[in-house]
Ligand binder design. Sequence first.
Ligand SMILES: Cc1cc2nc3c(=O)[nH]c(=O)nc-3n(C[C@H](O)[C@H](O)[C@H](O)COP(=O)(O)O)c2cc1C
Length: 157
Amino acid sequence: MKSAIIYYSDYKNNTEKIAKLFAEKIGADLIKIKNINDINIKNYKLIGFGSGVYRESMSPKIFKLVDNLSLKDKNVFVFSTSGVGMKFYNNKLIKRLVLKGAINKGSFACKGSFIAEEFTNNKIFDFMGKLSQGHPNDQDFRKAEKFITDILKRNSL
Ligand SMILES: Cc1cc2nc3c(=O)[nH]c(=O)nc-3n(C[C@H](O)[C@H](O)[C@H](O)COP(=O)(O)O)c2cc1C
């Protein structure tokens, strides 16, 4: 059985870089959400759901997709890239997946570059934006690689 990486990434393709690394590392199908369409997940042993963070939340499109999937007893994990690179942004989606009967196997997050003035006049974000430049970087990729190989090892998948 194969794995799948399902993701939304439309700002600077930061999340896509992590999604591609996961997919290459474990030979998973890479599925980009553009519009909501039918995805057959029946034959996947592990599914990673990822998105950038836009105004404090992962994309509504990934929530909508999850709402339409049968996830009972499915092994899943969640990943995101954001300006701050914190895992707490993943929690809402993890909760939603677990409510649908999925089994959460992990949560990964790293910084993704952004330029504050492209979407806000709030100067607080300028500094955060500067710190995010260059991410995801080599260290983020190494952490992502360790994260995905550990999931497979821990669960004998
Ligand atoms: C409209 C918009 C809103 C954002 N809001 C947040 C936010 O609330 N918190 C944060 O940490 N990063 C925020 N960011 C930064 C993005 O999460 C970051 O650039 C991410 O890597 C984008 O993912 P993508 O390139 O895969 O679309 C925002 C970016 C944009 C464009």
